[in-house]
Design a protein around this ligand. Structure first.
Ligand SMILES: Nc1nc2c(c(=O)[nH]1)N[C@H]1C(S)=C(S)[C@@H](COP(=O)(O)O)O[C@H]1N2
Ligand SMILES: [Mo]
Length: 347
């Protein structure tokens, strides 16, 4: 995987703290203003405008997205705010919306951090369907509205730790993957879940590129107990708003105790199987990336250390690195799943 040395950081990625603080205040203020305006009007879009009441974080009003299709607005009208306590809330400063949507890894749109936001203009998250296959009683091709219909959306504020040793704190919107999996009734043979990303050369320049290193489609997988863990989230939004293409619209996985590459974007296929699936990064470089990919400060990447991380955004006043925590700080919730395993071997 590519890694930037601190000296390679683009000046536009560096935001003075004063600007950053004002921006956060602006986010809060515009949220309050918008609520007032919504209450005073009786437009049909009122449900959409009210989205965000009580949420801990909202996208800046000027950057909010229109719903990919009309039914999304109803879905987003009632998002349960993140609780005040861990593990679904960290209390740490959030990475500003602008950084979350402009500093991305999504190789289908290119290999540089700015490529996914710059190159995804033609991408369409609607219509969308997901194929469910393998060891389940109810396989089939489901359209996204049917996939999402029974699930209430909630806000969850998680740390995201990339294997490249940078991290963010991001308020996602989604629902537990476990609740989705139960609906398809996995058989007793279902020991692993495999996910695949859309491959659309028309709208994904990285897929067309002859410099692409990934053997498309991008694939990821989880052990069944990992998939059923209450922390594992199917995300459809960020900062109280619809996911932008660069963050994996319309549907992406979030596995907060694992390196970011496990959190696969733009999912079109979910397959249940008895054996461990092949995954994109293991295929590319098995010496460097493992199937488990649990965040682990004691097991270094062969080419760089993993015991510290750059928390984004880096400012002129805080360029320091912070300590990386085992399981990205979610050990109380997940460590028991790996009891007895040698984590330096199963990295
Ligand atoms: N399909 C797909 N999913 C992907 C990737 C990718 O290149 N393609 N990159 C991964 C990596 S390395 C990270 S760190 C996260 C980044 O998610 P974000 O851009 O929403 O912060 O997405 C992951 N999911
Ligand atoms: Mo990553």
């Amino acid at each position: 995987m590519l890694i930037k040395k601190p000296s390679d950081i683009n000046p536009s990625e560096i935001t003075p703290e004063s600007v950053y603080k004002n921006r956060r205040q602006f986010i809060e203020d515009s949220g309050k203003l918008l609520l007032g305006a919504a209450a005073a009007s009786a437009l049909p879009s009122i449900a959409n405008a009210q989205t965000g009441a009580g949420l801990k974080a909202r996208a800046p009003a000027t950057m909010r997205r229109s719903p990919p299709a009309a039914w999304w607005a109803d879905k987003f009208a009632d998002i349960k705010p993140a609780p005040d306590s861990a593990p679904f809330y960290t209390g740490e400063a959030l990475t500003p919306y602008e950084d979350v949507v402009s500093y991305n890894n999504f190789y289908e749109f290119g290999m540089n951090k700015g490529d996914p936001s710059s190159n995804s203009g033609d991408y369409k998250a609607d219509p969308w369907s997901v194929e469910i296959s393998g060891e389940v009683a109810k396989p089939g091709v489901y359209n996204l509205e049917d996939i999402l219909k029974p699930h209430d959306l909630e806000e969850r504020i998680y740390r995201l730790r990339c294997v490249e040793a940078w991290s963010m704190v991001i308020p996602w919107v989604g629902f537990p993957l476990a609740d989705l999996i139960k609906r398809f009734e996995p058989t007793s043979k279902a020991k692993y879940v495999e996910f695949e990303t859309l491959v659309d050369p028309e709208t994904m320049p990285g897929v067309r590129s002859r410099f692409a290193i990934v053997n498309w489609p991008y694939r990821e997988g989880l052990r069944m107990d990992e998939a059923m863990n209450p922390l594992t989230l199917m995300a459809v939004g960020v900062y109280g708003d619809y996911l932008p293409p660069q963050n994996g619209a319309p549907l992406r996985l979030i596995v907060p105790w694992k390196y970011g590459f496990k959190s696969i974007k733009a999912i079109v296929k979910i397959n249940f199987r008895e054996t461990m699936p092949d995954t994109t990064w293991v295929d590319l470089q098995a010496q460097e990336y493992g199937f488990y990919a649990n965040v682990n400060p004691a097991v270094h990447h062969p080419r760089w250390r993993q015991d510290t991380e750059r928390r984004l955004p880096q400012t002129l006043f805080s360029r320091s690195r912070i300590a990386t925590q085992p399981f990205n700080g979610y050990g109380d919730q997940v460590a028991s799943m790996y009891e007895g395993m040698d984590l330096s071997r199963y990295y």
